[in-house]
Design a protein around this ligand. Structure first.
Ligand code: GTP
Ligand code: MG
Length: 197
């Protein structure tokens, strides 16, 4: 599946522009700068597919990418981006929340957490939203290349304590790096199971 070309086909700022969706979807969620767009690119094996930036707030709409017409990857704006105006932030968050809550074709949310940063209040709010909406989500630690092995083990244990309590969460936390490629094949294999055969 991931050997086929991944193609951008829709970018929207307003959910009114969005149709029902015919294919299973996987959404990338997480704080601004956590590495959502980079992870999407790493999975697709295409460096410049989704735009990335060292500055938070790069992705400003819901971007839809199709893999061989069998699976759709949805790159989303991050939450917790302090520099955006309050009005802009609220409008992104509303769009995101509404999308996540009421999307029948949404098979899974990948909830990205930066391995170097503690779990923040807005991460917990997102987790709470996903639980309440009963949207199954999988926690992914990003940027694992920047931590030592012992630090990673400690971090995984810490995040595990939180994840274990969440009804909608997959128990397995994945360790990834878009830079080194760690965990990318494993994640591809999991997502491929959700695609149309
Ligand atoms: P927004 O669109 O602003 O919400 O951000 P995003 O979550 O899409 O993050 P993006 O993929 O744009 O990456 C943000 C920054 O993190 C960039 O400078 C990336 O180069 C860096 N980054 C992403 N993945 C990794 C990784 O695996 N390792 C390291 N070391 N840096 C990474
Ligand atoms: Mg992005």
């Amino acid at each position: 599946l991931f050997a086929s070309e991944c193609k951008f086909f829709l970018g929207i700022q307003d959910l009114k522009q969005l149709g029902e969706g015919q294919l299973p979807e996987i959404a990338f969620s997480g704080r601004s700068n956590v590495g959502k767009s980079s992870l999407l690119n790493a999975l697709a094996g295409q460096n410049f597919l989704a735009r990335t930036s060292s500055r938070p707030g790069r992705t400003q709409q819901l971007n839809f990418f199709s893999l061989a017409n069998r699976l759709v990857l949805v790159d989303m704006p991050g939450y917790g981006y302090a520099e955006a105006s309050k009005k802009v932030k609220e409008s992104w968050q509303n769009t995101m929340f509404t999308f996540l809550r009421a999307r029948p074709v949404l098979k899974r949310v990948l909830l990205l957490l930066d391995a170097r940063i503690e779990v923040k209040q807005n991460d917990l709010q997102m987790i709470d939203l996903l639980n309440r909406a009963a949207v199954s989500f999988q926690v992914i630690l990003t940027k694992c290349d920047s931590l030592s092995q012992p630090a990673l083990v400690a971090k995984t244990g810490e995040v595990n304590k939180i994840v274990a309590k969440q009804p909608a969460a997959y128990p397995h936390i994945m360790l990834t790096s878009s830079k080194s490629g760690q965990g990318i094949d494993e994640l591809r294999a999991q997502l491929a199971q959700l695609a149309i055969p």
